[in-house]
Design a protein around this ligand. Structure first.
Ligand SMILES: O=C(O)CCC(=O)C(=O)O
Ligand SMILES: [Fe+2]
Length: 294
């Protein structure tokens, strides 16, 4: 284990999921080196290039006047599946988010486990001249109060090297434990310096932001994937941005994580069936209700 700066830890690729979760619970964020194979990043970058090179810059505020953003990644590159299935990220999300929930019904108690679902998929390219993004918590979207259980966890991969000069994401370690009255100060944020293929895993409750790009000619490209509890709303509407024909080309686990799975007991059904029937049945209108808990 090496310390990247004041208190942002970098774990080697050989780290276990338990080690990742231990640092995440303590610091709110952790860098894992070499999470992705170089060939996967190459394939992804090649697939995204036609989109990233054409998409206009964002706005003057949060999205960034010198920043290009490209979302709907599962529709644009099949390599995104490997970004999602990366074992440190997926394993950490399962430990942190996939809680049991028990409730009484007459005749006994029922216990279910929430599914996980993709909340956001986005490539973010920070150009020279982009100023620092305001520090924020990604989980505001779910109206979370802090401290409290996390609603989502993100991984932010480096698709180019991340340096303190080119706009590396900055993180305020420990801020996931703060209450809602404490305001983050930019001087307490530390840059996630990492090489291409490495990634920063961070909790939805951790203050962070895109860094300032002070270089003259270097682009900094990140790829964010977030997973949220299955009973909450996805930040990016995967049902509308990934065509059904594309969803059908992914393996079942990816389909489930894109939202084609019921989050028990009742969240997300269609015609009172598991939503995965949308991928296999030609006429869902007469399937009939199923006992979703059995
Ligand atoms: O680009 C980055 O480094 C972070 C972006 C971010 O946190 C966001 O847009 O929510
Ligand atoms: Fe963010």
């Amino acid at each position: 284990m090496t310390t990247n700066s004041a208190s942002l830890v970098t774990l080697p690729a050989s780290a276990t999921v338990d080690q990742v979760v231990e640092v995440l619970r303590r610091d709110g964020g952790v860098i894992v080196a070499d999470m992705l194979e170089s060939g996967v990043v190459d394939r992804f970058n090649a697939d995204l290039e036609p989109f990233l090179s054409r998409v206009p810059f964002g706005g003057k505020g949060f999205t960034g006047a010198r920043t290009r953003r490209c979302a709907a990644l599962f529709a644009k590159s099949m390599a995104t599946a490997e970004f999602l299935m990366q074992p440190h990220f997926l394993g950490a999300c399962e430990q942190i988010l996939a809680d049991d929930f028990s409730y009484p019904v007459s005749g006994g108690k029922t216990t279910v486990k929430t599914t996980l679902q993709v909340s956001v998929s986005q490539a973010i390219q920070i150009w020279p001249g982009q100023c620092a993004q305001p520090l924020h918590r990604d989980d505001y979207l779910h109206h979370r109060h802090h401290p409290g259980p996390d609603s989502q966890v993100q991984v932010l991969y480096a698709a180019t090297d991340f340096t303190a000069q080119n706009g590396a994401t900055v993180v305020v370690p420990g801020s996931h434990l703060w209450d809602d009255t404490r305001v983050p100060r930019p001087e307490k944020a530390v840059p996630a310096i990492m090489s291409r293929g490495s990634g920063l895993i961070y909790l939805g409750s951790t203050y962070h932001g895109g860094g300032q790009n002070r270089t003259g000619n270097e682009l900094r490209t990140a790829v964010i994937i977030s997973l949220a509890r299955g009973y909450l709303r996805q930040e990016e509407n995967q049902y509308l941005v990934v065509p059904l024909e594309t969803v059908r080309r992914y393996p079942p686990r990816i389909q489930q994580l894109l939202g084609y799975a019921l989050s028990p007991p009742f969240c997300g059904w269609i015609e009172m069936c598991d939503p995965s029937v949308a991928l296999t049945e030609s006429d869902i209108s007469v399937l009939g209700a199923r006992d979703l808990l059995t």
